[in-house]
Design a protein around this ligand. Sequence first.
Ligand code: F6P
Length: 335
Amino acid sequence: MTEPYCDPHPNPAGIKRVAVLTSGGDAPGMNAAIRAVVRTATSQGIEVIGVRRGFSGLHRGDFITLGPRDVANTLQRGGTILLSARSHTWRTPEGRARGARHLRAHDVDALIVIGGDGSFHGAHFLQKEHGIPVIGLPGTIDNDLYGTDHTIGYFTAVETALDAVDKLRDTGASHERIFVIEVMGRHAGHIALDVAVAGGAEEVFIPEDAKEVAGVLDIVKASVKKGKMGSIIIVAEGYPGGATGVAKAIEDGTGMETRVSILGHIQRGGSPVSSDRILASRLGEAAVYALMEGRSDVMVGRQNHGTSFTPLADTWEKRKDVSRDLYRCAKTLSI
Ligand code: F6P
């Protein structure tokens, strides 16, 4: 333990060394969160170990030491300098026991996991079975985590998708075509809804609302009759059948030609926008303080402009709904 550089934060938990990892789908802003963890910890005289390749690196002991200079020039970089993975071994008690042994062998007092609810499952069981304090930070472009208004990476993904939608509108309008555009969101329509409103879409299909494509065919036909120069339909990846299914239903039901564009993993890349950098910086700082205060088995998020702490289990047992106001707004403005 080195001398603190800043005003000391209370450390009743006696944390001297923390580990940090990124897990699951990467998200722009994960590096900003790692940087904030490393620099906050260092400012409090706490050492940081970076675990490479998420939980699969943890059970293999793939560790590096991280100091403030190791995270220089990372704030603006997409992806994750610690690499990420979706680990199957971690789902077994033996895999978690191996990871706990590696953490103990490196004198690690606590673990910070940046990822989604699948990653938080892993963290929760590590704490439950081996008593190692854990904190989750919400890192996923899908914004589908209960207990935080926004997740790290979400704002950037929306900007990336919106940029593509604006471009597709140019070509769609020139040809007076119907473009059906699929955005990411395995189980949630947050990205789709934001992109639909910001991109002026005629319709949006999200997994949270099981409406049938047949029910909106009149809207699609009417939009052409109203003299609209092409139409934009946004579909969340998790809507049954995806963009391809919606496009086929429109073609079958109206006889109109469509074009499908699936934006895919491009939405996970790129330099994080300012809102993601700021969110990640705040959450990284708060995670270290939370561990020092003796908190564990919680996700640190932001709700109503303040820091929030949500039991990790709530993040997969409870569901964050999309904004119903925004859903209504998307419909109102598409006339
Ligand atoms: O991280 C969330 C997400 O991007 C989802 O929107 C998407 O369904 C999934 O990850 C894709 O995962 P993978 O990169 O493993 O194919």
